[in-house]
Design a protein around this ligand. Structure first.
Ligand SMILES: [Zn+2]
Ligand SMILES: [Zn+2]
Length: 641
């Protein structure tokens, strides 16, 4: 009789099983349902294949598709299935790496030419055969010599083997005819992979090194559930249609130029949107905020105090000082230190606190040019930034106030928000005691709001813990936007004080707050969220006035002026093209309202109103009514007409 070993299940119960029992056998012992659902097993905190024998004394948890780690196992296994199929279609293809990534997986191949869409289709069909054959993923531990022998024809794998340390266990995995050098874990067999899709091919340097050879990467994605795959593909498709770089050009909102990489040229239409967002925030911050403006360029002495010179320099644009010949000036990458200087300059009483400085100043951060992408990765941007100086006992009420403020702002755009609490990162300033205090205070304030939140350990700013706000857009994508960061460190560094009730000096605490993050990125998100069909208050062009014929030009012109006087962005389209052509043109620009003026309307003092999205329906209303309706819709910042 074989020796027994003991494993502990997640509920704390222990089980005796024969030595050599695998995860799959354990699952079967527990129940046939679990055996069918099992994807992998967590053994002492590490995810393992189900087919491996369990070690004595292990803490184990059988993973099903409901466990977050399982998706990575599925997707990485899908990469093996992909390589298996590629090797069947292109037997000479060299193989690189095939990891799971955030939204799927990829595999890099050394082939003489890029993969075509036809190739991908053929490979995908082969993958279906590989999964239908339900090959087990067989794990073998091999010696270095054996590994070198097995991959003798795969120079990329040989290179990898040569880098493995002398004590490292070398494992190879086989599914069907395909053998790969890999650490695992994988699904028990290829048949567990059911819902997958190849998405695209792209060139990729071996190991991301531009001095090495170019490989051909195939991207794909995989899910446990068919509906999850369908939804993901729908989102990808929608995202492509809504791409802000394309819509931004079609809607004439902004442009870029090679002479100013990563900096946006806003057209009058795009500028109108920024001004609206600014105006909305100004309105919300009318009470209790002080809007300020501070310089863009600073001597490094400031960044040395703030810690940016040491911790953030690679992201800063350094500027040559012509007097010293040194790069000892920098454009500000953040507003914070300049706001501390403003605070420092005056004496403050506890009665002034919380003191809120807000700004829309321009910031510069040095992103590598390869990372620049439309409005989402830029070098120059404006934040809706705010720094709040307050007493410790005011933190709770302030965090509550800020949270409500931020959520209300997002709601105006129909963006659903979720909250995250991020704690101390590895790279940080300030003592552990400061961090303890800051984390306790912020968490306490967050919990007092009663809102649910997710914990993100290690994700805080280098000077303090934070609450991050993620929003979900119309097609279910998540974007990180706002932030509330608590800072006990900079008040020390900048020796900030206020005079307390006891007439003695005290340290304030600082809260850093942003709502939309940068306007640039926020507008990108709004373009994609609304697919270019902005709510009236935000639309770059709110009304287009269309006289049917020459005879109505004057009345139409008067109407346009009337709308402009009411504060609306109205445009008169009096071109000689047909009415249908001009209507189509306005529709392409997603203009919310078109006001058609014909003979009858001109005589009666009415307009034929076409509402965006309502097809060919026209409503005849008086000019008075029309102006009042639009005015109301703008004032309430209504989401739809
Ligand atoms: Zn693998
Ligand atoms: Zn700040």
């Amino acid at each position: 009789m074989p020796d027994q070993i003991r494993v502990t299940l997640p509920d704390g119960s222990a089980r005796e099983v024969p030595e050599g029992t695998t995860g799959a056998q354990l699952a079967a012992q527990i129940g046939p349902g679990l055996a069918r659902a099992a994807v992998a097993i967590r053994v002492n905190g590490h995810v393992h294949d189900l087919n491996r024998p369990l070690p004595d004394g292990a803490k184990v948890a059988i993973l099903t598709e409901r466990d977050a780690d399982s998706l990575e196992v599925l997707r990485h296994s899908a990469a093996h299935v992909l390589a298996t199929a590629v090797r069947e279609v292109f037997p000479d293809a060299g193989i690189g790496f095939g990891p799971a990534i955030e939204e799927g997986f990829y595999y890099d191949f050394d082939v003489p030419r890029p993969f075509t869409p036809d190739d991908l289709e053929m490979i995908e069909e082969k993958m279906a055969v590989v999964t239908a054959n339900d090959y087990p993923f067989v794990r073998e531990v091999v010696t270095r010599d054996e590994a070198n022998r097995r991959f003798a024809d795969d120079p990329l794998k040989l290179e990898r083997i040569s880098e493995l340390g002398p004590d490292e266990t070398i494992t190879v995995y086989t599914d069907g005819s395909f053998v790969d050098l890999c650490r695992g874990p994988h699904l028990p067999s290829t048949g567990k992979l059911k819902h997958f899709k190849l998405l695209s091919g792209a060139g990729a340097y071996w190991r991301g090194d531009s001095s090495r050879q170019m490989l051909q990467r195939i991207y794909g994605t995989a899910f446990f559930k068919k509906e999850d795959l369908t939804q993901h593909l729908f989102r990808l498709d929608e995202a492509k249609k809504r791409d802000h770089r394309i819509l931004g050009r079609q809607l004439d909102l902004f442009m870029f130029h090679q002479f100013a990489p990563g900096a946006v040229f806003w057209t009058d239409r795009g500028t109108a949107m920024i001004n609206e967002l600014n105006g909305f925030l100004r309105e919300l911050q009318r009470d209790g905020y002080h809007e300020i403006r501070t310089p863009l360029l600073y001597n490094k002495a400031l960044w040395e105090i703030s810690g940016h010179w040491g911790k953030y320099q690679e992201n800063m644009f350094l500027v040559l000082d012509s007097e010293t010949g040194e790069h000892d000036f920098s454009l500000k990458p953040m507003n914070c230190p300049s706001h501390y200087l403003m605070y420092q300059a005056k004496k403050h009483s506890y009665k002034e606190l919380p003191l809120r400085y807000n700004t829309y100043d321009v910031l510069h951060r040095n992103e590598v040019s390869g990372a620049l992408s439309g409005l989402t990765r830029v070098r120059q941007f404006q934040q809706d930034d705010c720094h709040i100086f307050l007493m410790e006992r005011q933190i709770q009420a302030e965090v509550h106030r800020l949270t409500q403020f931020i959520l209300k702002y997002y709601e105006t755009f129909g963006l659903k928000a979720t909250l995250k609490f991020a704690t101390r990162p590895e790279e940080r300033i300030g003592t552990d005691q400061m961090w303890d205090e800051a984390e306790r205070a912020l968490r306490h304030a967050l919990e007092a709001t009663g809102l649910p939140y997710e914990l993100k350990p290690g994700d805080g700013a280098f000077y303090g813990p934070k609450i991050d706000f993620d929003v979900e857009d119309a097609i279910g994508r998540k974007w990180q936007l706002g932030t509330i960061q608590l800072d006990y460190s900079n008040p020390e560094r900048f020796d900030l004080k206020y005079v307390g009730e006891d007439n003695a000096d005290h340290r304030p605490v600082i809260i850093h707050r942003a709502v939309s993050g940068s306007f640039e990125r926020f507008i990108a998100i709004l373009i994609e969220h609304f697919a270019g069909a902005f709510p009236l208050w935000l639309a770059p062009e709110q009304v287009r006035v269309l006289p049917i014929a020459d005879a109505q030009r004057e009345v139409a012109s008067t109407l346009t002026q009337r709308l402009r006087d009411a504060g609306l962005r109205a445009h008169l389209d009096e071109r000689t093209e047909t009415l249908n052509y001009r209507i189509r043109d306005g529709e392409l620009l997603h203009v919310p309202y078109m006001a058609v003026v014909g003979q009858r309307e001109a005589e009666a003092g009415t307009v034929a109103v076409r509402v965006r999205g309502a097809g060919n329906k026209q409503e005849i209303v008086s000019v008075e009514e029309f102006v009042a309706r639009l005015d109301q819709e703008v004032k309430t910042r209504a989401l739809s007409s």
